[in-house]
Ligand binder design. Structure first.
Ligand code: ZN
Length: 260
């Protein structure tokens, strides 16, 4: 064997050896990752709220509004998906050769208390210089994150149902009910009551002289919600003042008190 031939054979064998070793390393890595990487991925529910322009938003109000707007079905639907996923995982574990290890991985992956994740992001306009021209572009940044379990959301939903989904819980329980009166709410009450005083029946389509009245006064625990608001003319409202009972209710105890 000439030295050239020898070098050639040596090089060929070295190349083959390197190739074999690489292949073995790859195979080893593949087996290790298949065994040790958890094959389970918890199916989180994610939803993003846009809070652009809101300085200090009350996050729970957004969650309540989400439920009030009828999106609880999405939550229920996802909860069912999680349950189905769990059954599938159980089946997978039963079929697996590494049952104990897989079960450990599965249990580590379950995260029911954070299953429903809500993010709150702000869209900001930024600028950059491109060839001496100012260009604007939008950036969305997550400002807050909150997560709930299904049971916590269900509990919130029940509490909202108890108040007829009229307002987010924090607002409903707020002591400053008067601050909750908005132009939109005022208009909604006007439209619902057809610009008519609910006490004397006077119809005033131009709205002048009409007021929005709390049926149960705020001072007596009345809430600023549609069901507790009515349109009255200023004359009837003046008669009513802080009296729970409308002026035409003859037998109200507070009226008698007032006359005494
Ligand atoms: Zn009236």
């Amino acid at each position: 064997m000439t030295p050239i031939e020898f070098t050639f054979v040596f090089l060929a064998i070295s190349c083959l050896a390197i190739l074999c070793i690489s292949f073995l390393i790859f195979l080893f890595y593949f087996i290790i990752s298949a065994v040790f990487c958890p094959p389970f991925h918890y199916p989180y529910f994610t939803y993003n709220f846009d809070i652009s322009g809101k300085r200090s938003p009350h996050l729970e109000d957004y969650i309540d509004q989400f439920i009030i707007d009828g999106h609880f079905t999405q939550i229920q639907q996802h909860y069912k998906e999680i349950e189905t996923w769990k059954i599938k995982c159980e089946n997978k574990i039963e079929k697996s050769l590494l049952k104990k290890y897989r079960r450990k991985q599965y249990l580590r992956c379950i995260d029911d208390s954070h299953a429903f994740q809500f993010t709150f992001s702000r869209t900001q306009t930024r600028y950059r210089q491109v060839n001496y021209v100012r260009e604007s572009y939008q950036v969305s940044q997550t400002a807050y994150e909150v997560s709930y379990s299904y049971n916590k959301l269900l509990e919130r939903k029940k509490q909202l149902a108890a108040i007829d989904y009229e307002r987010p819980l924090r607002e409903y329980n707020s002591k400053e009910q008067r601050k909750l009166m908005t132009k939109e709410l005022r208009t909604s009450v006007m439209v619902r009551d057809n610009y008519t005083c609910q006490i004397c029946g006077k119809y005033m389509p131009d709205e002048v002289g009409l007021q929005i009245d709390h049926i149960i006064p705020v001072s007596k625990g009345g809430k600023t919600v549609m069901s507790n608001l009515q349109v009255t003319c200023s004359k009837c409202n003046g008669h009513k003042k802080a009296n729970i009972y409308p002026p035409h209710a003859q037998n109200s105890p507070e009226r008698k008190e007032g006359h005494a």
